[in-house]
Design a protein around this ligand. Sequence first.
Ligand SMILES: Nc1nc2c(ncn2[C@@H]2O[C@H](COP(=O)(O)OP(=O)(O)OP(=O)(O)O)[C@@H](O)[C@H]2O)c(=O)[nH]1
Length: 511
Amino acid sequence: MTESSSDKLIEVLRKAVSRTSMLAEGNYPELDSVVRQLRQSITQGVDADEIQKLLNQAEPKFLSSDKAQEERAKLVRTCLQNLIDVLEKNTSHPLPGPLKKQLEYEIRSKWQQSYEWPHLLKLFLELSQQTFNQTDSSHQTEKNSLFQRLFNRSKNTNQAPSNDQDIMAQISHTLAGLVDNLSLPKHYHGEMTTLKSALTGNSNLEQLPTLLDEVIALVMIAIGKTQESLTKYLSELNKQLASINASVSSSYQSQKNLSESREGFNTKLQKQVEETSQAVQGANDLESLQQLINERLSNISSTMSEYRSRMQEQEKDANQSITSLKNKVTRMEKDSASLRSMLQEKLAQAMTDSLTELPNRTAYQDAILPLCQVMQKTQKPLCLAVCDIDFFKKVNDTWGHLAGDKVLSIVPKQIRSVLQKEDLIFRYGGEEFVIVFPNTPLDKAIEKAELIRQTVEKTPFNMQGEPVSISVSIGIAEHKAKETPESLFERADKQLYQAKDSGRNRVMAEK
Ligand SMILES: Nc1nc2c(ncn2[C@@H]2O[C@H](COP(=O)(O)OP(=O)(O)OP(=O)(O)O)[C@@H](O)[C@H]2O)c(=O)[nH]1
């Protein structure tokens, strides 16, 4: 490595350490002073030995904070699973399948990312609401059941059955455990204690949505560091904009001063020339004329040199302010480019499923409406296929989750290998994929789906040395004029259920 490229590398690393340490600060109080010291030493450019000494001292603290974070995440995962269990065991109806599946899948794939915790809790709240809606529509006898009173807030003030009280006691006990586990800044400890005591022993079901909201708010505070740093970053950019604005006004002011002094100079010079010409006309002898002209010329020359030096000074000022303006704009451009790429990266992460690397359900929901609209406008057909791996639970139960994950990552690759460039595939949740065939009529989509089915069926899977065959069932529907994406999905999903009911490993379409 040349000296200049190693200098550059050191500079980049210095910056990276300094920014990362800013993000880390505030997460673990016991690490804060070390992180701050490290940043200061690095920005002040102290020598390597000193930084090494600091790192040696900090090592055990870094390790213990890593462990604490992992423990915390495990507890959150267990808590979320317990919440689903409480719901499942205590209601007389099955929980809404797709949402439960989605929540379980998201818990499995996201529990380690603390910024996903509020989202997981919100999904649990949604699951509870859907459970109630389902219960309500099918069983009038349960009018005063848990979820009716929870989410519909029925006016009926009957005493809650003791079963409901038990459920709430279990849910609040789990939530209190979760709150206890949060790492919050000191000034939130009061709120945390209040919420914990509101949860402990609480058997009033009607308070669950409010309490859950409060838990989510505290979780967001506990993990809100990234947001905070983003806000700081934006406010820094804002400050830079303000300072650019100030520079622009000062540069405008110096331009204004320049033109004012030019005007002043012109008037003064004109006046001196006029006075000279009048004096020349009024002079009666050569000697006095010579003296007068000398006097006037020296006046004009001193006015001109005064003007020249003033102009030079002002020009220097203007140049300086233009240079500083240019530097500020360059710095701001760099900062906003890095912010933009950071946001794009975050957006891409939020839209991609980490196991299969396919665009996820959120990406599907963003894409489907505009796709339907374009196809409708151009009067071209669009078909949607919902594809689900058959007996996937058996794969997990027989060969374990890792083997299940392997199947989940291979199947979409096989599907993709027979798709055309314009076809789109998404992981909708669990072992379910959605495939969009733009510009494709129903009979053609059925052919494509049949090819997908055969390809998966022929793919050799091997579990612990045993050959295993995997198959998929597929339901298809063609988009109708003015139909919503939800209704299109529902029709395709219905076909999928028929394919499952008719024995699986088949394609069914609405004819
Ligand atoms: N390994 C693994 N399992 C998952 C993942 N997502 C969902 N599952 C599991 O997939 C299974 C789906 O099971 P079911 O919905 O009963 O469906 P199935 O066994 O495929 O049966 P049919 O769809 O009726 O053919 C559940 O056991 C989920 O826990 C994942 O990301 N990895």
